[in-house]
Design a protein around this ligand. Structure first.
Ligand code: KIV
Length: 309
């Protein structure tokens, strides 16, 4: 178990200069954040992907600011030594700057995030600038931007042709000029992502954007195969299969309760001597002979021994 000092934006930029790859994973609650921190992750993203992987929606669009604040706060309790970025959810940064800053304030003060992430390029550059000027680090996010899935026309690779690659470069540069401390490149052709990474002074963090980004981010539920609703994706590598272990454990629990093997003697608490007789004398005078607690325990233990032999 590695526990490091939390990063900050200065150290994050330095890591790019020193060519040290940045690691980021999403987390949405106390246990996922705690495990990510204990594993030595550099940064945690409280992504609005929680809409899909935690809340069961089919996109990130229904995720609200209240959802993000709630999950960010739980995440911060689990990872007290890690740099936490929280997503600004759908349509919370396209209206007035006052509204935008209100959302940012909630994620920082109530959600205990250290930075916010926003999807988009040129169209959000002014908002990014104002947020950074107010003292809040911003992580940009371009390429496949799931909050705009309805205008992008589906989840497809970005920056494949020259015109689209140029558009992405301009967006990345606009975010850098606005003061973003890093930019997520999602589902971007490797060559395009490599040149953007080379041209920017701030780090790029790729997801499905190839090998030349300055860091990588993946969704927690994909990394450990935890009942992720996402279809298998080429850019995801499964590093553990906890979904199968959890399902197996719950199946064993169900089977043992059904068979009487659980709870066993080692899981129970004994009453004082004479309590069964005293309760029986008060309530056990019916026509049928009630089994005493002792008899029930004996029966369960015999069943367990029988099941094992
Ligand atoms: O919401 C999220 O998890 C994200 C990552 C996929 C980058 O935006």
């Amino acid at each position: 178990m590695t526990v490091k000092k939390p990063l900050n934006v200065v150290k994050i930029r330095k890591m790019k200069q020193q060519k040290e790859p940045l690691t980021m994973i999403t987390a949405y609650d106390y246990p996922s954040a705690k495990l990510a921190e204990e594993a030595g992750i550099d940064m945690i993203l409280v992504g609005d992907s929680l809409g899909n992987v935690v809340l069961g929606y089919d996109s990130t669009i229904p995720v609200t600011l209240d959802d993000m604040v709630y999950h960010s706060r739980a995440t911060a309790r689990g990872a007290t030594q890690t740099f936490i970025v929280a997503d600004m959810p759908f349509m919370t940064y396209h209206g007035s700057i006052d509204e935008t800053l209100k959302g940012v304030r909630r994620l920082m003060q109530e959600g205990h995030a250290h930075a916010v992430k926003m999807e988009g390029g040129l169209e959000i550059a002014d908002a990014v600038k104002r947020i950074v000027q107010s003292g809040v680090p911003v992580l940009g996010h371009i390429g496949l931007t799931p909050q705009s899935v309805n205008t992008i026309g589906g989840y497809r690779v970005q920056g494949k042709d020259a015109a689209d690659a140029k558009r992405l470069m301009e967006e990345a540069k606009a975010l850098e000029a606005a003061g973003a401390f890093a930019v997520v490149l999602e589902l971007v052709a490797e060559e395009t992502a490599a040149i953007i990474s080379r041209e920017l002074s701030i780090p790029t963090i790729g997801i499905g954007a190839g090998r030349q980004c300055d860091g990588q981010v993946l969704v927690f539920h994909d990394v450990v195969k935890y009942a992720s609703p996402y279809m298998e994706k080429r850019f995801v590598k499964t590093f553990a299969n906890i979904g199968e272990q959890i399902r197996g454990g719950i199946q064993d629990y169900v089977n043992e309760v059904k068979s009487g093997a659980f709870p066993a003697e080692s899981h129970i608490f004994k009453a004082d001597d004479g309590v069964s007789e005293s309760l029986d004398s008060l309530y056990g005078g019916g026509t049928s002979e009630p089994a005493t607690q002792q008899n029930q325990l004996q029966a369960a233990d015999e069943q367990k021994v029988g099941a094992k032999s």
